[in-house]
Design a protein around this ligand. Sequence first.
Ligand code: 5GP
Length: 227
Amino acid sequence: MSGPVSETGGARTFPVVLAAPSGAGKTTLARALVRETDRFCFSVSATTRAPRQGERDGVDYTFVDRRTFEAMASRGELAEWASVHDDLYGTPRSELEKAAERGEHVVLDIDVQGARLIRAGVPEAVLIFVLPPSAEALLGRLTGRGTEDAAHVARRLRSALEELAATPEFDYVVVNDDLNRCLDDIRVIVRAESLHAARTEVLASRLDRLRAGIVRILQEDYANLPA
Ligand code: 5GP
């Protein structure tokens, strides 16, 4: 996957994976990141889940039936997919490819299983785990939605416990206690990762140009001086 180079450090853009227990606020974070600059875009997942009120097809998710989803998966069109709370969710490869072509960081709002698959299949991705500030805040967010009954809330709390165990597998952990501070943390992570020496694909040619320039200056302007 190659595309334009970001202005920072000359590294290619890379996917940014946000995973968290549901209710940690990662969708809000992902949306806010994408809204504020054109350096980020949102990966629109395919899902078999029914749309919630206000959700738009092709914007929040691409809503498909199970047969369509399975066909997409078997044609290899999904970079990862997982079954979450009895529904299927997956990241179309085309979302990653479009972003790379445009020189944008694509933000993936996915679950822990999906994050693991991205780690394995898309090694340049940066994995960020979003923690809720407290158990009470998590509960508040889960019940505050008003769309879930008690059994659903209990189920999500139980899966939160399982998902928290995956924290050490991530590259970074941010605490979503304050939206703006948390967004700042994510921006800092992305900027630092853009400057990482290990992202050498473009760095190598930059170094070649720099070396050639120094050698030329030495030959043209300093040739008569002792080494
Ligand atoms: P919700 O139904 O509340 O929108 O999402 C349920 C869970 O599925 C969330 O943790 C969400 O991040 C995750 N999810 C959304 N899209 C994808 C995807 O493409 N792949 C995976 N693995 N998980 C996803």
